[in-house]
Design a binder for this molecule. Structure first.
Ligand code: SF4
Ligand code: SF4
Length: 457
């Protein structure tokens, strides 16, 4: 009884204040984070080539120390002093998490950053220059916009990953999964390429396979790797084994989650920095129909592009030009505008998996494997479901999980990335991510045929 009273008191306090009140130390941390972020932004206009190394160093250290220290303390304190799990209060009314003014502002900031990164890198010059001393230390050369992007991306994944672990600390799956995401981002997607540059080795992102890294097994790439010594042979082996063996085998055993929710950098950022916006994703039937068209169209395009570029050296001049234009189109429209500007820039407006859901060709391949040849499924204990809707609300892929739960049906959807949040936020323990025999994936609806089989036996 006292637990219920305490919970009610807590809820009414939270509703009244849209969450627990901030402590003094949290206000200080929030201020430090804001000052650090503003200093980073200020570097865009105040720093240039003629700025002294000492000032750049100072600028870099102070701004990042304030942003990381303040942001980290605030996020951890806020969640560790709160009960674990999601908070529904304010999620659909807060300006930041419900497409209000703050949400739009964040969307504009993210989108502007990506537009500059892809098409107007000169606009980022000041920010790049303050990273020069760090870049010299890490890879022996001055910074460029991609080094800065990788650094920011990694810091955000680590910082917000720590926050996600604090938030979902009651759930072992989320703790392990988020820790792996953070480690993979730090090593495979950041330190390895940086160290490769330092030691003049091929700069490879090991976490990307075909079709994301569609050109790594082209004859020209293979030739380049073969001239890079032992590391080159290792890279060729990695891409061959990763694409043709690891991808189908791991997806068969674990579903697409092994990649989309444990390895991929896009999924990593979505599940760490983007966690606050997962409820914004569109759950309508219409968006499900659109996603199937768009994602498979991108996959078809990349398959054709891969084939065309493979044979490019043997094509007549006119076809070479077509191949060039196709490559340009993919890089501009899909690689930059879709995956970057819309994919991340629109986090606060369209949810965190826009790219993974509507465009990523790797997700399309894994989705087809998961849908037709995988042991992965989410099982539902329909009798326990109270139709609260938490699962559907927080599904970043826009899957109406409740629809399946109410009917006690297993969820076998190509788009499910196996993040497990639906199961984590379910107050009744209805959902369970499982791997099991292929022939027993379906139940209930599904159901009837299974029953027939049982009767027949
Ligand atoms: S159905 Fe569950 S596990 Fe799958 S993407 Fe949605 S929230 Fe994640
Ligand atoms: S499955 Fe769980 S979270 Fe989803 S509607 Fe039912 S009780 Fe709520």
């Amino acid at each position: 009884m006292s637990d219920i009273t305490a919970n009610l008191a807590y809820e009414s306090h939270s509703i009244a204040h849209h969450g627990p009140r901030l402590k003094i130390s949290e206000k200080i941390a929030l201020t430090a984070m804001a000052i650090g972020s503003m200093l980073l932004a200020l570097s865009l206009i105040a720093v240039n080539d003629s700025t002294s190394e000492t000032l750049k160093n100072l600028w870099f250290n102070i701004s990042w120390a304030l942003a990381i220290g303040g942001g980290g303390y605030f996020a951890l304190s806020k969640h560790l002093n709160d009960r674990p799990g999601v908070r529904n209060q304010g999620k659909t009314t807060d300006s930041l998490t419900a497409r209000g003014a703050w949400g739009w502002m964040m969307g504009i900031v993210f989108t502007s950053f990506y537009i500059c990164l892809y098409w107007f890198p000169r606009q980022l010059e000041g920010l790049v220059r303050i990273h020069d001393p760090f870049s010299l230390f890490m890879r022996g050369r001055a910074a460029d916009e991609w080094f800065v992007y990788g650094t920011i991306y990694t810091i955000l994944t680590l910082l917000m990953g720590a926050k996600a672990i604090a938030k979902y600390r009651h759930n072992r799956y989320q703790i392990i999964r988020t820790s792996v995401i953070m480690i993979v981002q730090l090593t495979f997607s950041y330190l390895f390429p940086v160290l490769a540059a330092k030691f003049s080795q091929p700069e490879i992102y090991f976490s990307y396979l075909w079709p994301l890294a569609y050109d790594k097994l082209f004859p020209s790439s293979i030739d380049h790797f073969l001239h890079s010594g032992a590391i080159g042979y290792f890279i060729i082996g990695w891409f061959v084994v990763g694409t043709f063996i690891a991808t189908p085998v791991l997806t068969y055993y674990f579903g697409k989650r092994w990649y989309c929710s444990w390895v991929c950098g896009c999924g990593g950022l979505a599940n760490t920095m983007g966690d606050s916006w997962r409820q914004v994703s569109d759950k309508s039937l219409k968006s499900w129909k659109i996603e199937r068209w768009t994602i498979h169209s991108v996959l078809a395009f990349i398959v054709i592009l891969t084939v065309v570029l493979w044979f490019e050296p043997y094509l007549p001049a006119a076809f070479k030009e077509i191949a060039f234009q196709m490559r340009k189109f993919y890089a501009f429209v899909i690689g930059a505008a879709f995956s970057g500007v819309v994919g991340v820039g629109f986090y606060p407006l369209m949810g965190t998996r826009v790219w993974c859901r509507f465009g990523c060709p790797m997700a399309a391949v894994l989705g087809l494997l998961q849908r037709f040849n995988s042991r992965f499924r989410i099982t539902t204990n329909g009798a326990q479901c109270i139709s609260c809707g938490n699962c559907s609300k927080y599904c970043e892929m826009g899957i109406d999980v409740r629809h399946y739960a109410q009917r006690g049906q297993n969820i076998i959807r190509a788009s499910c990335v196996g993040c497990g949040i639906c199961a984590t936020v379910c107050p009744r323990g209805v959902l369970s991510l499982e791997n099991g025999p292929l022939e027993e994936r379906y139940n209930q609806e599904q159901g009837l045929s299974l029953l027939g089989k049982t009767k027949a036996q």
